[in-house]
Design a protein around this ligand. Structure first.
Ligand code: 1YM
Length: 643
């Protein structure tokens, strides 16, 4: 209970008005401060509070941060730092901690002499006051080694003064809050989303222990402790271990520091054909790259060509290795810290500081050259890989030119098995990619031929996850898909030429169907990603049961639905289980799976390329669990789509 005696001195004045104006601005346009009011914005609230604790860790005062998701989607973040100062802030005449939570943009440090270097960030440094403004309630507790202090807020407004509730020898800050339902589309946190971000922070801030727990479901409590002494080096090891990848050498770790910036890089080659470069500036992910990534890429290409020529790996008559060649199979983490980071682009996801380019380029060039010099075995393995990438690239180019020339000659002949639609307006056209000839036959007869095309698949599929572009050209199963879609593939893709704006993968609900769906999705992901970005890819959902009674017919998509229908029908119903699409006659297929009025389709969208890349590796593995989880999480059911 608030005790008047223990009230911390303050003198409220004009700043109260400033507080209310600030809060109002945040609550009026929450998106401006946290990016969105969807799930992303919601999770962002947690990051803002955690960022303050991380800053305290960077300043060297804190080594443990605990994040708890409590029942009711209440978040509690605690650290063992110095505790936010409770003394009166001279300019404003109120406790510093109150300022931090009520005055806009006060998240940045003020007046702190030894605040270390402020790695301002988040989206972007808007801080605790924004979280407070967007919370139904928020409570902060500070232990500063002599006392325990508390203050509560409702929708950003102080619900009483800061109170000293008792003595305490502990040190640290605890912030508890409940996001405001009036402000967010959803207030449900996703454990995995927080886990991914917090683990990333644990890697980027070596030595800090971050604990995450979820006690919302009393029967399934989760708790995880993330602590990596190895920092970004551990990050690379983690990625490779988690994906069960074969690596060519131990992780290469390089670091440099100047008076106002640091750059740290960890890299390792694996035997895959993909590059995975993840970059950060001031602990903030920069998915759109920027000067740090450019510096890294330039140095990598330059050092491999210079060193290769010097050592005779690359012969005089040979072409230089391209950037793509030397990046094939690399996993790299680039982390730079600069005093004043400039984030550019629409989503502020790109680093703009020009001085960083040279810093990273110089560091990588010098250190990597030394490394190759000292590790000839590893150097040889990497050269072999890059040169095989180079050969594959050249083969792909030849194949592409061949395909282009051919299509020019044959005026882009469509695959023989394609039953095309009559409309030529891509916006209204749909193509169903169907596994198996019998299902293909039913689909051809059941469709609306004005705007629905059917392409039956046949022949042997390659595992695209493990193949390069040159193998995809000429694959008998994929070539017809590429030709029918008409928009090209890989770097040559041109969505203007796409012939259908709905590309529907239709396969049985069984394991084989699952396999073909996964392969097709992986193919689109690797080689025609813009189709996923634009939301053109769908998965058809044929029903599993037909239940009829007299003239009434209903379809069920799972057991639960079947039971519900059976219960409604009472006695005298008939059930038919469809083992495959091939068992449906054309009318039934139209009725259940093709007709836009009734059909159920999943639209596949991939928000986060990195996550997706990881997921596709999971999808290609042989564990069914994670795969089902993926489909359930990433798929949005769309019923009665309007074109
Ligand atoms: C659970 C969230 O916010 N921890 C935290 C915040 C601060 C300090 C310590 C801190 C900073 C400084 C001095 C300084 C903040 N202080 C301020 C401000 N955890 C959490 N831990 N003493 C303590 O930077 O000089 C803002 S954040 F502005 F009041 F100093």
């Amino acid at each position: 209970m608030a005790n008047i005696e223990n009230k911390v001195e303050n003198n409220y004045g004009g700043e109260q008005i400033q507080v209310l104006e600030g809060l109002e601005a945040v609550r009026k346009r929450p998106g401006m401060y946290i990016g969105s009011t969807g799930p992303k914005g919601l999770h962002h609230l947690v990051y803002e509070i955690v960022d303050n604790a991380i800053d305290e860790a960077l300043a060297g005062y804190c080594d443990h941060i605990e994040v708890e998701i409590l029942p009711g989607n209440i978040i509690r973040v605690s650290d063992n730092g110095r505790g936010i100062p409770v003394g009166i802030q001279p300019k404003l005449g109120i406790p510093a901690v109150t300022v931090v939570f009520t005055i806009l943009h006060a998240g940045g440090k003020f007046g702190g002499e030894n605040s270390g270097y402020k790695v301002s960030g988040g989206l972007h440094g808007v801080g605790a006051s924004v979280v407070n403004a967007l919370s139904e309630w928020l409570k902060v507790t500070v232990h500063n080694g002599e006392g325990q202090y508390e203050q509560s807020f409702k929708r950003g407004v102080a619900d009483g003064d800061l109170v000293r509730v008792g003595d305490s020898t502990r040190k640290g800050t605890v912030v508890e809050f409940k996001a405001d339902r009036e402000m967010f589309e959803t207030c449900e946190y996703e454990y995995e989303v927080l886990e991914t971000r917090l683990r990333e922070q644990a890697f980027l801030n070596a030595g800090v222990r971050i604990t995450l727990s979820d006690t919302r479901d009393a029967e399934a409590e989760i708790r995880e402790s993330m602590h990596y002494e190895g920092g970004v080096k551990s990050f690379v090891e983690y990625i490779h271990t988690k994906r069960d990848m074969t690596v060519l050498h131990p992780v290469i770790h390089i670091k440099t520091e100047t008076s106002n910036s640091t750059a740290e890089i960890a890299m390792q080659y694996n035997d895959s054909y993909n590059a995975n470069i993840i970059s950060f500036a001031n602990n903030i992910n920069t998915p759109d790259g920027g000067t740090h990534e450019q510096g890294f890429k330039t140095a990598l290409t330059r050092v491999f060509n210079d060193f290769g020529r010097q050592k005779g790996y690359i012969k005089e008559k040979d072409d230089n290795l391209s950037g793509e060649d030397v990046r094939e199979g690399i996993t790299a983490i680039i982390s730079v810290k600069v005093t004043e980071a400039q984030f550019e682009g629409q989503t502020k996801a790109k680093l703009g500081n020009t001085e960083v380019r040279g810093l990273v380029e110089g560091l990588v060039y010098e250190k990597l050259k030394d490394f190759l010099e000292e590790n000839p075995g590893t150097a040889k393995a990497i050269y072999e890989k890059a040169q095989s990438a180079q050969r594959a690239r050249e083969a792909a180019k030849r194949a592409r030119e061949l395909v282009r020339r051919k299509s020019a000659l044959e005026t882009a002949r469509m695959p023989g098995k394609l039953a095309d639609c009559s409309s030529k307006d891509p916006k209204e056209c749909e193509i169903y990619i169907v596994e198996g000839d019998s299902a293909g036959g039913s689909a051809k007869n059941g469709r609306d031929r004005r705007y629905q095309a059917i392409l039956p698949l046949w022949g042997k599929m390659i595992n695209v996850e493990k193949a390069r572009l040159d193998k995809v050209y000429g694959n008998e199963k994929l070539t017809p898909v590429v030709t029918a879609l008409g928009c090209g593939i890989g770097e040559d893709i041109d969505l203007e030429k796409l012939r259908y704006h709905k590309v529907v993968i239709m396969a049985d609900a069984d394991v084989d169907g699952q396999h073909i769906r996964t392969l097709m999705l992986t193919f689109f992901f690797r080689f025609m990603r813009p189709l996923l970005d634009e939301g053109y890819i769908y998965i058809a959902m044929p029903p599993l049961y037909k239940i009829s009674k007299g003239k009434q017919v209903r379809y069920a998509y799972d057991e639960e639905e079947r039971e519900a229908i059976v219960a409604q029908f009472g006695n005298g119903y008939k059930i038919q289980r469809y083992k495959g699409l091939g068992e449906m006659n054309p009318d039934q297929l139209w009725e259940t799976t093709l007709n836009p009025e009734n059909r159920v389709m999943i639209r596949v969208t991939l928000e986060d390329a990195q996550k997706a890349d990881e997921t596709f590796t999971i999808l290609m593995g042989d564990k069914v669990g994670p795969r089902r989880e993926f489909i359930e999480k990433n798929a949005k059911y769309v019923k009665n789509l309007d074109i």
